[in-house]
Design a protein around this ligand. Structure first.
Ligand SMILES: Cc1cc2nc3c(=O)[nH]c(=O)nc-3n(C[C@H](O)[C@H](O)[C@H](O)COP(=O)(O)O)c2cc1C
Length: 486
């Protein structure tokens, strides 16, 4: 057990909203249009570290009380969302997550209960109407209404019965049909392939308004066979209460806001997108057919809330910020579990959407240590999807400080000998740098650079000394001359 204090004081999205409100960080926006204003407002607040959470109500064309929430991860609520003290920096927050529930994976299995607020409203069969719910157009050039961004799909492995909870975007097609984009190799798609290979439909429970911790767990790579409800339980320190779906038997949170239950059939496809993706581009073409969910039932709370987490292109956004905190802790755990010694820091940079540009610092112990760390940091389970650059630095470099990292690259890395390029590595269809001819084959991969920006191990003791002041000299300089800056 760790000795880091953690207390998550909410169990569902409404409890989280009360907490954000107490912190003064929840703003209600009335009358914003679904087609434009909700996306524009979310873009403005989502770019800022301290932007408020937004709760959109009285959306024109929709009943009062049908609400959309965006920008959950920022401000003081950032640390509170994960249950940690306000004063921790983002790196300390990531370290606290590592110590509390990542280093030794803390998992608490969900607890099944007979009913819950999600069944306050039950709509079945002919009455099903997905269009009744406000699904925004998040970016002006998006090709559809995305009801699922801060969402997750619950599926069951037909072989061993294990449950997976994964976040895959979901677009409304018509009153009873929603696309769910499960990319090849994601655990939901692995389940789907097993059902479809047997000619069977796959049962799905799609949750589009849920608690932030389950959403974080659903959107971050856990090993296959691990139930993300148990991961979220571990993050919270207590079990998630789930009910079993009346049609599929799949579990979903008893306090979820809205759940669509039904089946994905092998022969069902629809046009999906384009959608402004996490890389900042529209890389997945509109014409690619995506499997759909036939919605057989809808369960929702009174005055339900859709959680929206739209990517914001071209720089750090909310998604990158929470993923940097969680993925950095997971990559550190993966490195240590793989036997890499003396890892002193890991940061999956927000500017690379916490996937594309990761930095690791080590205290070098032997020849080849830095390459070992770099290769594993780009290939381990928590990082393999869509990484492009890994930089390995000595422990005197702050992994979160891009200027220091670039200085280490500029001064300690010899391009001819210290950059390894690996080909054929795992990427995403959202990668804008896949050449058209490769994309057309459907067999996509990227390449990866491991940039060794450590002092070369075998002559590191002869490496020129740095001219930066020692901490003592710096303190003396500041105490004597800082007044010159005022
Ligand atoms: C907001 C958001 C949207 C995402 N959209 C998709 C998507 O459309 N398709 C996909 O395969 N992965 C998507 N991901 C990434 C997956 O959620 C992530 O890789 C997760 O680990 C998948 O779960 P799995 O490992 O159980 O397959 C998204 C993640 C987030 C946070």
């Amino acid at each position: 057990m760790s000795n880091v204090d953690q207390a998550v004081d909410y169990d569902d999205l409404r409890g989280w909203m009360e907490q954000a409100d107490r912190l003064g960080e929840l703003k209600i926006v009335r009358g914003a249009s679904l087609e434009r204003d909700i996306g524009l407002a979310s873009e403005v607040v989502g770019r800022e570290d301290h932007g408020p959470a937004l709760l959109f109500d009285e959306i024109p064309g929709y009943a009062k009380g049908l609400r959309v929430l965006s920008n959950i991860f920022g401000g003081k609520r950032r640390n509170a969302t994960l249950g940690f003290a306000d004063h921790l920096s983002k790196v300390e927050l990531s370290e606290s997550c590592y110590e509390t529930f990542v280093k030794v994976a803390r998992r608490i299995e969900p607890q099944t209960v007979s009913t819950g607020p999600v069944f306050e409203n039950i709509i079945k069969g002919e009455e099903v109407d997905v269009l009744k719910f406000p699904a925004p157009i998040w970016h002006p050039a998006d090709g559809g209404r995305y009801i699922g961004t801060g969402c997750y799909s619950v599926t069951r492995d037909p072989d061993d019965g294990t449950i997976n909870v994964g976040c895959y975007r979901a677009m409304v097609i018509d009153s009873k049909t929603i696309t769910i984009l499960m990319i090849e190799g994601k655990h939901g798609q692995v389940h789907q392939k097993k059902y479809f290979d047997r000619g069977q439909p796959m049962p799905v429970a799609l949750v589009v308004g849920g608690d932030p911790l389950i959403f974080f767990a659903a959107g971050t790579e856990a090993p296959a066979g691990v139930n993300e409800f148990a991961v979220a339980g571990g993050m919270r320190g207590r079990a998630t209460h789930v009910v079993n779906g009346p049609i599929t038997g799949l579990p979903f949170p008893a306090a979820a806001e809205i759940v669509f239950e039904g089946y994905m059939h092998p022969q069902d496809f629809a046009q999906e997108g384009p959608f402004g993706e996490w890389t900042g581009y529209y890389a997945i073409a509109e014409e690619e057919g995506v499997h759909t969910l036939r919605v057989d039932a809808i369960y929702h709370r009174d005055d339900p809330i859709i959680l929206g987490v739209p990517p914001i292109g071209g720089g750090p956004d909310e998604m990158a910020r929470y993923r940097a905190v969680l993925r950095s802790a997971m990559v550190k755990q993966n490195l240590i579990a793989a036997g890499v010694p003396d890892v002193t820091g890991v940061w999956c940079h927000e500017v690379g959407a916490s996937r594309l540009f990761n930095v690791v610092s080590i205290r070098q112990r032997y020849m080849g240590h830095s390459i070992q760390a770099g290769l594993i940091a780009g290939q381990c389970g928590a990082a393999v999807y869509s990484n492009r650059f890994v930089v390995v630095v000595d422990e005197d470099i702050d992994v979160t400080n891009l200027e220091q990292v670039m200085w280490a690259i500029c001064t300690r890395c010899d391009p001819a000998t210290a950059i390894q390029v690996i080909h054929g590595t795992r990427t995403s269809p959202a990668d804008p740098r896949i050449p058209p001819e490769q994309r057309a084959t459907g067999n996509i991969s990227n390449s990866r650079a491991v940039i060794d920006a450590c002092r070369p191990y075998y002559w590191k003791d002869q490496f020129p000394k740095m001219n930066a002041l020692s901490p003592e000299d710096l303190a003396e300089a500041r105490s004597k001359f800082e007044y010159l800056l005022r």
